[in-house]
Design a protein around this ligand. Structure first.
Ligand SMILES: Cc1cc2nc3c(=O)[nH]c(=O)nc-3n(C[C@H](O)[C@H](O)[C@H](O)COP(=O)(O)O)c2cc1C
Length: 312
């Protein structure tokens, strides 16, 4: 794939379902990832894993991300995803949460590079799609082995490596270990994608200067799809744009999950969407108690009308 600015939307479990992806694409995200999909869940056709596959036609290019600790499960899941029409497979080796690492998946795979390698090789062999791996810097500060892992995976044919340069112990705290990104970019020939604290043009430029060829935005895009436009030199959203996008996001979440769950999912986005707008805290406190889409839409319209002085 060839990209212009190479600004990607990161996989964010619980957030980056198709509604958020489509809104970010409108603002300049060139490549998106699904939320992480349990390979085991996908193979036993669990509703939660299948739900992540849902997407409209325009939601491309789209990489499906899987997590598992089993090579055979990974290979079978990758084949299912290839048949489903995804544009690439990413293997999650960065997730730090107990539920995932407790089963030997996510960043736990980095503690056993030989096992991780056989899993990656099984996926590469099982599909014709491009395969990438999303790594952390390592398990902890004394075992940072992203370069070692990426070199092994490059040798068996992955196309890209994504690095969130924090360790499992770091979780999401502190400054990313940018030195690890630089070391990785010097170590492998395949493109390195930087993930971690990319919020402004200066962050993209730093990652570029360290050798990254593409840039992933995660938390910075929650309730703020305009971050992509701003990274491309555009301006911040107007109040009208915020209102319009919030209503469209709510509609899309309700069409994906049904009204009740759609509203619950939307609650996670309310605060970031109105951040910095006068009266945001009061709006959020009130809006979080609403459980039907019509009433939530009315609350959003009232809130923005009170900003502009116009009738809703
Ligand atoms: C709520 C949340 C969910 C995440 N889910 C995933 C996931 O499903 N797969 C993955 O590889 N990384 C996941 N991540 C990590 C992000 O993709 C990203 O690497 C990390 O948040 C650092 O980038 P950021 O500072 O731009 O958010 C998640 C992070 C957060 C905060």
């Amino acid at each position: 794939m060839v990209f212009k600015a190479a600004l990607f939307l990161a996989p964010l479990s619980g957030y980056t379902s198709w509604p958020m992806r489509m809104l970010c694409r409108e603002q300049g995200a060139e490549l998106c990832y699904t939320e992480m999909i349990s390979a085991a869940g996908l193979l036993r056709k669990a509703g939660s894993a299948r739900a992540i596959l849902k997407r409209p036609e325009g939601d491309r290019p789209l990489i499906a991300q899987i997590f598992t600790s089993s090579a055979s499960e990974a290979a079978q899941a990758a084949r299912v995803l290839e048949d489903e029409g995804f544009d690439g497979i990413d293997i999650n080796m960065g997730c730090p949460v107990k539920k995932v690492v407790g089963k030997g998946a996510g960043v736990a795979l980095m503690t056993d590079p030989a096992k991780a390698l056989s899993l990656v090789e099984a996926v590469v062999r099982s599909v014709d799609l491009p395969v990438s791996v999303k790594l952390r810097a390592g398990w902890d500060a004394s075992s940072m082995n992203a370069c070692e892992c990426a070199s092994l995976f490059e040798a068996v044919g992955i196309d890209t490596v994504v690095l969130h340069p924090r360790t499992r112990t770091d979780m999401y705290r502190g400054t990313p270990r940018w030195g690890e990104l630089e070391r990785l970019a010097r170590t492998v020939k395949i493109p390195v994608v930087a993930s971690g604290d990319i919020r402004g043009v200066e962050d993209v430029e730093r990652a570029r200067s360290l050798g990254a060829r593409a840039f992933m935005v995660g938390r910075g895009a929650i309730g703020n799809p305009w971050i992509f436009r701003q990274l491309l030199g555009g301006g911040p959203p107007s109040l009208e744009e915020r209102e319009d996008v919030m209503i469209r996001h709510l509609d899309a979440l309700c069409s994906l999950h049904g009204s009740r769950l759609g509203v619950l999912h939307m609650r996670k986005f309310l605060s970031p969407y109105v951040k910095g707008v006068q009266g945001a805290a009061r709006f959020r406190a009130q809006a979080c108690t609403i459980d039907n889409p019509k009433a939530l839409e009315a609350a959003v319209r009232d809130f923005f009308a009170s900003q502009t002085g116009k009738a809703p």
